[in-house]
Design a protein around this ligand. Structure first.
Ligand code: AMP
Length: 183
């Protein structure tokens, strides 16, 4: 596994979540910048996405946004990114984010976040790539998902090895360390 130079961070686009999530996203951005790790994200200036990018940019980090043309207004394409890649479709967005990152992280989010992290997890399981991934389980947000994966192992829909690919950590420095153990 190569060194982690960029991490794709998937996270919620909602602005109305509790403030602690928005604050945490900003801290994740700053921490990545401090480790000289670039951020690849959905390019919007809304919700955790926007705060993640702001946090990284304020700390001098590299931030690459990938946004579909038709979402530029709806998700308020972030004006300050190091690079903004405008694509046509949601599939192209996922593909670009996957290709440009060396690891993947899901912060709390909704359907979009889950869709994105599940896609990279599925591709990893099928050996399309071997990049590490993990969930930042802030405030116990992903507790039920973690239990669900244990159930999936118990019922043998998921092997223990596949289950081990899903790292859950309640703080970002620890998750980053876990991802870097794969370098
Ligand atoms: P959410 O977690 O639902 O707040 O969505 C987070 C981000 O994921 C938003 O920028 C959505 O536009 C994006 N998103 C939702 N579905 C997809 C998809 N199928 N492919 C790529 N991005 C998506």
């Amino acid at each position: 596994m190569a060194a982690i130079r960029r991490i794709a961070v998937y996270c919620g686009a909602s602005n109305t979540v509790p403030a602690a999530y928005l604050q945490a996203a900003s801290e994740v951005g700053r921490t990545l910048a401090e480790h000289t790790i670039g951020v690849v994200f959905g390019g919007g200036h809304v919700g955790l996405m926007g705060r993640l990018a702001d946090g990284a940019l304020e700390a001098g980090g590299e931030v690459i946004g990938v946004i579909p043309e038709r979402l530029k207004d709806r998700e308020l394409a972030h004006p300050g990114c190091t690079e903004m890649i405008v694509v046509e479709t949601m599939r192209q967005r996922k593909e670009q984010m996957e290709q440009r990152a060396d690891a993947f992280v899901a912060l709390p989010g909704g359907l979009g976040t889950l869709d994105e992290i599940f896609e990279v997890a599925t591709l990893q399981q099928l050996d399309y790539h071997s990049k590490p991934l993990g969930f930042l389980n802030l405030n116990g947000y992903y507790d039920h998902l973690e239990s669900f994966f244990d159930r999936a192992v118990a019922d043998r829909f998921l092997s223990p090895t596949q289950r081990a690919a899903f790292s859950f950590r309640d703080n970002f420095p620890s998750l980053l360390e876990e991802l870097r153990a794969h370098e």
